[in-house]
Ligand binder design. Structure first.
Ligand code: URA
Length: 208
């Protein structure tokens, strides 16, 4: 099953705080980054290692290091920025590929307005970050463009996922694993996740 709901006590606690309507912007932001780091820990469990020989304090030593090209983190603008530092706190050498997606109000389709991808995507794991997986439109569009650019290994980190969004990703990209702190109930008529967090972008940037 490519959906992973990470029910770690620290995540449950932090998400519970984020659901409070009276949580300050500062605290909401901090929780988003911290949960992103915890999701990164889970999503990186099977990263390939290779042997290395180093000089340790007691002499030569065989250790392990991450193999291959560096990971790319893909924040979907704007709200994805709110999870970026959390991922980078665990994978500081990761490269960042920014993607901007907006809904075309006439066609209601997800439209890309920014695509700043790093090179050699065919050799990298891409970790897409977006706090809310709602309809899944932006996530599917982002996976589409990463795959078009040659990326073959894509994972998605989201704070909260709606069943509708999970179904959309599974339908279009069944190979993509989703890591989330919570699978919530449903979308309301305005496209908000219930119970959800409200508008995550507004809460991260303090624009509500
Ligand atoms: N985007 C948000 O910020 N919140 C939702 O509930 C759905 C989409």
């Amino acid at each position: 099953m490519p959906i992973h709901e990470i029910r770690h006590p620290l995540i449950r606690h932090k998400l519970g705080l984020m659901r409070r309507a009276d949580l300050s912007t500062k605290n909401f932001r901090e929780m988003a980054q911290e949960i992103a780091a915890l999701l990164t820990y889970e999503a990186s469990k099977d990263l390939p290692l290779e042997p290395a020989t180093i000089e340790g304090w007691s002499g030569s030593l065989n250790v392990e290091k991450l193999a291959g090209k560096k990971v790319t983190v893909v924040p979907i603008l704007r709200a994805g920025i709110g999870m970026l530092d959390g991922v980078l706190s665990l994978i500081p050498g990761a490269k960042v590929s920014a993607v901007g997606i907006a809904r075309n109000e006439e066609t209601l389709q997800a439209q890309t307005y920014l695509e700043r991808l790093v090179g050699q995507l065919d050799q990298r794991l891409a970790l897409i970050v977006d706090p809310m997986l709602a309809t899944g439109g932006s996530m599917v569009a982002t996976i589409d463009l990463l795959k078009k650019a040659g990326c073959r290994n894509v994972r998605a980190l989201v704070l909260v996922a709606a069943p509708e969004g999970i179904r959309a990703v599974e339908e279009h990209h069944p190979d993509v694993h989703i890591y989330t702190a919570s699978i919530d109930s449903h979308l309301n008529e305005d496209g908000y996740i219930i119970p959800g967090l409200g508008d995550a972008g507004d809460r991260i940037f303090g624009t509500r």
